[in-house]
Design a protein around this ligand. Structure first.
Ligand code: HQG
Length: 181
């Protein structure tokens, strides 16, 4: 498959497995899962035919491991990034001392005042690598990396989760637990 086709399918899946499943007649099960057969049928019915082999290649090779199959490859879900209200059934885990968030120049004033808010997604997204945070921030403008006192926040009772593709998730980060680096 060409890189262009891979990206096109990945974007189509992100849209419908994270945000608007109803747009192509899908309902997400608890955990965000959908039957692979139903997904392929829905794609077909919506003038976006995808084969199982293509789906498998996208799951395997996606640069950010955005999607997972269940063990029997009969169900698929997006690993994180949803705005659609589903419970990903992630277990709270202890974070490392420090995590990072990538943002951009225009948001920084508001972030320093209000802290990090989850906006339209289910969580604020954090990473353990500065390089990842730079990439995330770059999507929107001049990147700014924030260092988050994750362990201290955890000690204050904040729950941290990690999605299957390694993204750290938290409900919010008050301003006193972050600093620009
Ligand atoms: C900002 C992509 C003003 C926040 C990426 C971010 C990531 C505030 C934006 C994943 C704010 C939300 C998530 C406040 C937060 N005032 N702005 N108080 N609090 N913000 O897209 O972290 O390709 O929902 O800094 O690579 O940018 O989709 O979150 O700029 O992993 O798989 O509000 O999405 O992955 O934007 O990105 P987003 P994000 P995928």
């Amino acid at each position: 498959m060409t890189p262009k086709r891979l990206i096109k399918i990945s974007k189509y899946l992100s849209k419908h497995l994270r945000h608007q499943p109803e747009r192509i007649g899908l309902t997400l099960e608890s955990g965000g899962w959908v039957e692979v057969n139903q997904l392929l049928k829905a794609c077909q019915n919506n003038q976006f035919p995808v084969s199982f082999l293509e789906l498998e290649e996208v799951v395997k090779t996606n640069d950010k491991k955005r999607f997972s199959f269940n063990e029997t490859q009969t169900k698929i879900r997006a690993n994180q990034g949803h705005s659609y209200p589903i419970d990903l059934q992630l277990e709270p885990i202890e974070p490392p001392d420090i995590l990072y968030h990538g943002t951009y120049q225009k948001a920084i004033r508001s972030i320093l005042k209000q802290g990090l808010l989850k906006q339209s997604r289910h969580h604020v997204h954090l990473s353990s690598e500065i390089a990842t945070a730079i990439q995330v921030g770059q999507r929107r403008g001049k990147p700014i990396v924030l260092e988050i006192a994750a362990q201290t926040l955890h000690d204050q009772g904040y729950c941290f989760y990690q999605s299957e593709n390694g993204v750290w998730l938290v409900d919010s980060v008050p301003p006193e637990y972050l600093k620009i680096i």
